[in-house]
Design a binder for this molecule. Structure first.
Ligand code: LLP
Length: 438
């Protein structure tokens, strides 16, 4: 977990840097990324899965850049020897500009543009994940035009949808991703890809079942179903599928009700599932890949806000709630409003022994749904000028950030060994005004 402790003045220290210094140097709000934590997590996934799958055909980890991506992160992921999953031309551009080796890139997207496919193939991405029957023809034509053989995977919809503690193994075909297993399209997709072998090289099959998952049960059903297809492909088309990508989705602890498994537990659990299913289907075990984003990026980062207005709002009877307004909000963390996510927070700039009060941390946007932390206890003397930290904001916060109400995006600063480095600078009003050319 993060190297967080309190300094002599009571201010939180992250990666050896005081949040008070960070606020002075870059202002608030700011996202503070603990580099050592991020990289330790990335390497732990890499090693745990390599270890557990070593007796089988091995495993690779592709960090899911959609959770958070910038040049520095792409370079760390490269240095630490992981692959990188990108899903748009923009994410691909960040990776390529950072010098990320194209052969370790996986390019996703359910509706890639011609330009995106062209750029990915020209760069030589290691796997382009095809998401529909018609994309097979599209990629094949572009590859032929470029005179390259595209290395492709086919994304298969297994009908498994997993979120948090539950997974549902039927009736989730009604969504936009992938090629349907149940409708028989998947075998047809393999057939067509193999038939286009002059321009397409079928690397393997892909399945992604959801996000913020704690249980391996969903992976078990998905793996069984995709491996069933692997068997069909072998028996009917005489082709051995060499790679299986089981996607991302490992959950993190946003609150104490969340109980994530360790990378080692996940790796051991899923490797024995893959081994068992392959054994039952009499299959050669493929090399397996995973694409964790949240589980690597999420816990590495906290958002530091400055407190402005504090209001004591009566809720009827003896009940009341302190509304603590901060200088960011739903533009830098929309997850509470969008998914009813349950974040926590703490007083970051000082310690206080004043009794705690029930608070709700809200932003500065013009809408009452602009809530960052729904319910939390903070010392009742929380006041204007205080610093508040919201942990576990490293995944899908900056990457989902907006400029709602023309609020500029916060910077992302990396801390390590007592040093602070801005890796994404704060957006300025000038940045925003520059787009307004009418
Ligand atoms: N691979 C594929 C094909 C994906 O679609 C995703 C996430 C991942 C990997 C990474 O999943 P992770 O390990 O991060 O759970 N905005 C939502 C999450 C959307 C996830 C979309 N796909 C949120 O904030 O919860």
């Amino acid at each position: 977990s993060q190297t967080t402790r309190r300094g002599a003045d009571g201010a939180l220290e992250v990666g050896g840097v005081s949040v008070a210094d960070i606020a002075r140097e870059v202002g608030t709000p700011a996202m503070i990324l603990d580099e050592a934590d991020f990289r330790a997590r990335a390497r732990r996934f890499r090693d745990a899965f390599a270890e557990a799958f070593r007796p089988l055909a091995g495993a690779d980890i592709y960090y899911a850049g959609k959770s958070f991506l910038c040049g520095a992160v792409a370079r760390w992921v490269d240095e630490d020897g992981l692959g990188l999953d990108v899903c748009t031309g923009g994410e691909l551009a960040v990776a390529l500009r950072a010098g990320f080796p194209a052969e370790r890139l996986a390019m996703h997207g359910n509706n890639k543009s011609e330009a995106e496919i062209r750029r990915a193939l020209q760069a030589g991405v290691g796997r382009l994940v095809i998401d529909s029957l018609d994309e097979i023809e599209q990629v094949s034509a572009i590859a032929a035009d470029l005179g390259v053989r595209a290395r492709v995977m086919l994304r298969i919809t297994t009908g498994v949808e997993a979120h948090t503690h539950e997974f549902i193994a039927t009736a989730h075909e009604d969504q936009k991703f992938g090629i349907s297993l149940s409708a028989g399209d998947a075998l047809e997709a393999v057939r067509r890809t193999l038939a286009a072998s002059s321009s397409l090289e079928l690397v393997g099959l892909h399945s992604h079942i959801g996000s913020q998952i704690f249980d391996v049960g969903g992976f078990e059903v998905a793996a069984r179903r995709v491996l069933g297809l692997v068997r069909e492909v072998r028996d009917e088309l005489g082709h051995e599928i060499a790679h299986l990508d089981l996607g991302g989705g490992f959950g993190v602890m946003y609150n104490t009700q969340h109980t994530p498994k360790s990378p080692e537990e996940l790796a051991t659990g899923i490797s024995s599932i893959v081994e068992k299913e392959c054994h039952e289907l009499d299959l050669t075990v493929p090399r397996v890949a995973f694409e964790p984003g949240r589980a690597i990026a999420g816990p590495s980062t906290q958002t530091l806000y400055g407190v402005g207005t504090v209001k004591d709002v009566a809720l009827g009877g003896p009940h009341h709630r302190l509304y603590v307004s901060v200088d960011g909000g739903m533009s830098d963390n929309i997850r509470t409003a969008l998914y009813d996510a349950d974040y926590s927070c703490l007083l970051a700039g000082r310690v206080s022994d004043v009794v705690p009060a029930v608070v709700r941390v809200v932003g500065k946007h013009c809408e009452s749904g602009d809530i960052v932390v729904k319910d939390e206890y903070l010392p009742a003397d929380v006041h204007r000028g205080d610093l508040i930290s919201v942990p576990v904001t490293g995944a899908y916060c900056y990457s989902l950030a907006s400029n709602y109400n023309h609020v500029p995006r916060p910077p992302v600063v990396a801390v390590r060994d007592g040093e602070l480095r801005t890796i994404v600078r704060r957006e300025t009003e000038d940045d925003l005004l520059a787009l307004d050319v009418g």
